[in-house]
Design a binder for this molecule. Sequence first.
Ligand SMILES: *Cc1c(COP(=O)(O)O)cnc(C)c1O
Length: 377
Amino acid sequence: MTFRSGRHFLQIPGPTNVPDRVLRAIDRPTLDHRGPDFAQLTKEILPGLQRVFNTKGPVIVYPSSGTGAWEAALVNTLSPGDQVLMCETGHFATLWREMAERLGLSVEFIAGDWRHGADPAAIEARLTADKEHRISAVAVVHNETSTGVTSRIAEIRTALDRARHPALLLVDTISSLACMDYRHDEWGVDVTVCGSQKGLMLPPGLGFNAVSKKALARNGSRRSYWDWKPILQSNETGYYPYTPATNLLYGLREALAMLFEEGLEAVFVRHARHAEATRRAVRAWGLELLCADEREFSSSLTAILAPDADRIRQIALQRFDLSLGAGLGKLSNRVFRIGHLGWFNDVMLCGTLAGVEMALGRKGGVAAAMEWLAKGG
Ligand SMILES: *Cc1c(COP(=O)(O)O)cnc(C)c1O
């Protein structure tokens, strides 16, 4: 193995770079999760999470990856045979659909081209046609991490309202929370799903569900480990029914503190300007963005169409110690993805783009990005 000096550039769209402050917060003795100190930790974390999800309702924390939090959203609210409307925005939407089918749900998948977000008009039309209200839930991925396309959740809410349909709205924000504006309560979302290792700047290992009253009133028939009810009951006194990921929760407390010190609004502005700088670089390289609608540009990552994309990633890793995201599913070897979410700044972005530019053997992208960043864009 060749020796690598300096920091590795982890610019995949999650897991993301973990701040030194968060690493140090995690590096503490594991505490008794039934003791008094633990209850204090829970009571500090849960209100902070509510601020990030923009909700007054409960946020459930699981020792799991994001996939576990997906399952939790489905099994707490739905039972085998229930109908769910999902939208084919990309690889992650496809995986969530496959999970729903394995859980015995009957999924209707609105087809998509992996370059657009979920279509509010198509959702409205389908719900309006469902006069008998057989559809129990609409499930959408907010930021499709395989494509760099962000669905317009506020407009999807309006679609449900205009159809006067009582279906629950389930949203995956695994790669958008703490990167882009998100409003669980205001947008009438019933379950918001998230994970720790993307915008929240933590290592992998925590899953989240923010839950509405309407969702809490549902009781999926096949829930056990994921059951919200015993967790909420234990949370009242600051505990969990089973061993939580204690050291990751130390990290979460620190990550939340960092987000509030910067200010969530400033965090969103930072992500948006790094995304714009990246798009300017892509255009200067003469390459094409996968996202086809500028209203749906992701602030978290950029997916770029490029012939032989895997070769570019391989050069970036081998020569420049830079990890880029691969094309997933049907986009394999057709795109590469640059993650610009989480703990990140202008010069880290310039370094990342410089690595990509060298791997591509093209010119002008870094200069275009720097021009935008330097004038305070
Ligand atoms: C990363 C990701 C997932 C999967 O999360 P895991 O933590 O890998 O289980 C699901 N949905 C989206 C949108 C993601 O970005």
